[in-house]
Structures are given as structure tokens and as C-alpha cells.
Design a protein around this ligand. Structure first.
Ligand code: GLN
Length: 203
């Protein structure tokens, strides 16, 4: 059984832990470098990326996070977590840093303000069983551009935002602009837990 950490500096940690357990993983909170060393994979939850960045700095976690990601630890970031895994961000605050790892440019708060949060069905062909995924967007970012090694897993399919990229994968790193921990449909967590299992086998 893979042990998957949830970065517990800020954001909706509990919901991800519950989703990971439903996906057959052991879920543990990660707040310190020693805790980070013990996990097979990591979820970076939604919340507020500027706060998460400052806390990661304050808790001496930013460099350990970068090192583990560079060394091949699987990681999944949702919303603010997607921002944290982006190599480049737009509309960040002055000096805002990320962990990075995915060769993409992500725009913060791209869909508008809190009142503009919304839900829509997104098709993610990698999920099992297949079928539309109810995606909840809360002051969400979107992916403006990706490098050649990034696989696009899902886009917005209706309305004026049609075509916007909202789910990606590069190697062992996965990111979604939406919150899959809130709806009781844990296929995204199962997909990530499976990726962690495969990474453990590969070593
Ligand atoms: N707007 C937030 C940020 O910039 C993300 C919102 C979320 O994670 N739900 O980090």
C-alpha cells in the first residue's frame, strides 16, 4: 500500500486524505522535511498558493519539495497545488515562488473572482471507469501553455472558456485546476495512487 502525503501547510487537507484512503492508499499529513522523506507520493491541495508558498518557505519545505520532485517523487497538485507545480506563473504576487516540475505556464485566478466559481463536466480519458468528471472550480487557475513533454488530460468543453486546459501530466507529476476531493468521485485520486504504485515498482 503506498503512503501518500498531503502537504498540510494550508488548504483542504482532510478531504484529500479521505479521498486517498478511498483510493486504497495510506494518507499522512506532511508539514516537516522529515515527514516528506517518508512518503511515496505527495498531494498538494487547493487553498491559496501565495500563503502556501510563504509557509513552505517558513517551514523550510520549499527546497526539500523541489529536491524530491526532481528526484522523481510522484506529486499531484489541485488548484493552488497546480500553481505550486508550475514552472511559470502569471498573476502571482511579487516574488511568488513555486516548487515547479511541470513545464507549463499557469494563470492564477484565471476564471475570475470567488463569485465566479463554478462546476462543469470535464472528460478525462485516463480515468477508470471512463465517463465525465464533475469538476469544481474555486478561484481556479488555468494552464496557458505547456511544453512538449506535458500531456494534456482535460480541457473545458462548454461556454466561453471552451478549450482551456485544466488537467495535465508530465512524467510522475499530475495537476488539475479543479477540486476532485469534494464530490465523492475519487477517480482522480485512484489514478494518482496507481501512478504512485507504479513508481514504487520502478524504484
Ligand atoms: N486562487 C488560489 C490561488 O491563487 C487557488 C484557489 C484554490 O486552490 N481553490 O492559490
Amino acid at each position: 500500500v503506498p503512503t501518500i502525503g498531503v502537504l498540510a501547510l494550508q488548504g483542504d487537507v482532510r478531504e484529500h486524505a479521505r479521498a486517498l484512503r478511498s483510493a486504497g492508499a495510506r494518507a499522512v499529513p506532511v508539514r516537516r522535511p522529515q515527514e516528506l522523506e517518508q512518503v511515496d507520493g505527495l498531494v498538494i491541495p487547493g487553498g491559496e498558493s501565495t500563503t502556501m508558498w510563504k509557509l513552505a518557505r517558513a517551514f523550510d519545505l520549499l527546497d526539500p519539495l523541489r529536491k524530491r520532485v526532481e528526484a522523481g517523487m510522484p506529486a499531484y497538485g489541485s488548484c493552488a497545488g497546480m500553481i505550486m507545480l508550475a514552472d511559470r506563473i502569471r498573476d502571482g504576487v511579487a516574488g511568488q515562488e513555486t516548487v515547479g516540475g511541470i513545464d507549463m505556464t499557469v494563470r492564477r485566478n484565471a476564471f475570475g473572482r470567488q463569485v465566479d466559481s463554478f462546476e462543469t463536466d470535464v472528460t478525462l480519458p485516463v480515468l477508470q471507469p471512463p465517463g465525465p468528471f464533475r469538476a469544481v472550480f474555486i478561484r481556479a487557475p488555468w494552464v496557458e501553455s505547456v511544453g512538449d513533454s506535458v500531456e494534456i488530460l482535460g480541457r473545458i468543453e462548454g461556454g466561453e472558456r471552451t478549450g482551456r486546459i485544466v488537467a495535465v501530466r508530465q512524467g510522475r507529476l499530475v495537476a488539475t485546476a479543479f477540486h476532485p476531493e469534494l464530490t465523492g468521485d475519487f477517480r482522480v485520486h485512484r489514478y494518482f495512487a496507481e501512478l504512485v504504485r507504479q513508481a514504487m515498482e520502478e524504484g
